[in-house]
Write a protein of this length. Structure first.
Length: 128
């Protein structure tokens, strides 16, 4: 049985300030998939990720199998559960991506905040 925990303030700060996060999903046989590098945002006490390429992305599709995996960012390595975000959260996550990554080209920010990308928004919940 999986037990969830909460992020520590230090983990939230380190992950939230990291430019990129490495993510790997847990396969049916309990092995981890190859790590992928993605962007990450912090909202209060929560951490969110999404696929810039939408639901067709290999890494995103692999999160659908067990909805568990491992992340690394800012010197933090943590086993997590992937929890689909609700639509109301997407607007706030869009704003967080625009704020954190706004120094990138406009077309990149448009891609990460597109409806297709928003449909893949997941909260990362730490597992014990």
């Amino acid at each position: 049985m999986t037990t969830t925990t909460t992020w520590t303030d230090d983990e939230l700060d380190r992950i939230g300030h990291a430019e990129e996060l490495e993510i790997a999903s847990l396969r049916r046989d309990d092995t981890l998939s190859s790590r992928r590098t993605i962007w990450v945002v912090r909202l209060g006490d929560d951490i969110y990720v999404r696929s810039v390429n939408g639901p067709g992305s290999d890494w995103y599709r692999s999160t659908r199998v067990r909805q568990e995996g491992r992340i690394q960012a800012g010197g933090v390595t943590k086993d997590v559960t992937f929890v689909d975000a609700d639509e109301e959260t997407n607007d706030v996550v869009d704003a967080a991506y625009r704020s954190k990554y706004g120094h990138y080209a406009a077309h990149i920010i448009q891609a990460i905040t597109s409806p297709e990308a928003s449909s893949t928004t997941m909260q990362l919940v730490p597992r014990a």
